[in-house]
Design a protein around this ligand. Sequence first.
Ligand code: ZN
Length: 285
Amino acid sequence: MRPVKKIQPAYLHSLTATSAEEQTAHIHHALIESMGNYCSYCEMPLSDYHVEHLRYLAAWPQILSLSDWDDLLLICNDCRSHIRVPELNKESADAMLWPDRDITFSLQNSPFLYELRKVNYVVEADGEDISSEPMELVFVVANKNAGEESYEKAVNTIRHFQLNMQLEYYHPDTNELRVPFEEDQQRSDNRMFKRTRAWKEAEEALLRLKAMDAVEEDTSEEKATMRQMLIKQIAMTAWYSGNWSVWMTVFQKLSGDLELIKSVLASSEHPFTGLNNEANVVFGK
Ligand SMILES: [Zn+2]
């Protein structure tokens, strides 16, 4: 979960809205300008217009006011329709991690970890298995080494948004993801699949870069230029695919080259707008 620094654009106060709907639209655009066009929770790029989320409520707020700003985040339809508890109070909200309040991902001791796991994907109907196939999917998991409090909060957050599909689908004892036939057909939850695709894209991008670096005898300026172009291309792919935390994870696992990670994921040409990297907490020193 990408940590974001939500800064209210200065112009927002000077805009005059002629209606509550217009005011809502201004706030909506300001949220995207501040945090980038990504779901605050699953990090998928947003395509739907109704993307605001009040921290305490699962319902779409139809009309927004500037006084809501501190509790507004961006949410995709898939996260929205999988919220476990329709309404939170201060206590239950404080028992979760929030991307605008907490460092929800970092290269060191991140509270959320992203793991590519092999599971059996079983489609079932009326208690019968229709199909079963091995599948690699990226899970969001809570990091036990991040400290007891962070761990518990991460668990609560994953459960609240059901970030790994509906909680009842996964059976750790048999390592099965048992999905009802209708859900498999409708795909109302694309988050794990998109996350996994981002993982594969990140792996492929790094393989291409490594293949280029493997040509050791070539120290020409052309090669350096080509390498820069490839890095820019990778930054653009990451930006379009979203899932920043997945890209971070793969790049750290497979390359560990901090400068490379920064040049791709903190690229100024294709920035993941709103990233909170205060005091280098995300990238380290
Ligand atoms: Zn989402």
